[in-house]
Design a binder for this molecule. Structure first.
Ligand SMILES: [Zn+2]
Ligand SMILES: [Zn+2]
Length: 205
């Protein structure tokens, strides 16, 4: 157990599932712990819904620990690039919006430089090793951080959150497959799915 009473086995399982230990995963573990504590684990898995606003490392911990998974459809990804996670327990009709404080991810300059080198594949063996050490250290710091230094929790209305995720489907005029309304690209006023639109326009944005 660490200072936030997170079981060692929980951390180990998350690391095994995700493939490595990292600050993002640590955030996902912390968010999941708060959710299970504040909203409780529903009797049926699908009664919990997560809406995540990024698709980074932390979402793996959330899927594993809260049971909100991509495949079951109770994990909704809103591609907003924000460290915000909203959860609804439909059994109790309670919902929470959890956002990660900006400073929580702060790393020193050396860590950031090393990260850039690892990403660009220009890091030497020893730099790679140092980066891994720093990454794990930061991850452990996040696991130990007092809750009020890490996250902001807001209670929200479950209805408003859920309504936002129900979208109509339209048929792509090229491949005839159904596409969620919000992902449709219009070309001459006709609905296209993103792959067909990109093929027609050569546009990869
Ligand atoms: Zn990771
Ligand atoms: Zn199509």
């Amino acid at each position: 157990m660490n200072s936030n009473n997170i079981e060692k086995s929980v951390i180990e399982n998350a690391v095994r599932f995700h493939g490595h230990q990292c600050p993002g995963l640590a955030v996902g573990i912390r968010v999941s712990e708060v959710v299970l504590q504040e909203l409780g684990k529903p009797s049926r898995d699908e009664e919990m819904v997560a809406i995540v606003e990024n698709d980074s490392c932390g979402v793996d911990a959330i899927q594993l620990l809260t049971g909100c998974t991509f495949g079951k459809g109770n994990l909704v990804f809103n591609d907003f690039g924000k460290s915000v996670y909203t959860f609804i327990n439909r059994e109790t009709n309670k919902a929470l919006r959890i956002s990660i404080k900006k400073d929580a991810y702060d790393t020193d300059e050396e860590h950031r430089d090393l990260f850039a080198k690892v990403r660009n594949k220009t890091a030497s063996e020893s730099e790679r090793e140092l980066f891994t050490q720093k990454h794990i250290k930061k991850s452990n710091e996040i696991l130990d951080l007092p809750e009020d230094k890490l996250i902001t929790i807001e209670q929200v209305e479950p209805e408003s959150v859920q309504k936002a995720r129900i979208h109509e489907s339209l048929d792509c005029v090229v491949c005839n497959e159904a596409v969620m309304e919000t992902r449709v690209r219009l070309l001459n006023g006709e609905a296209h799915c993103i792959p067909c639109f990109e093929e027609l326009t050569g546009n990869n944005s």
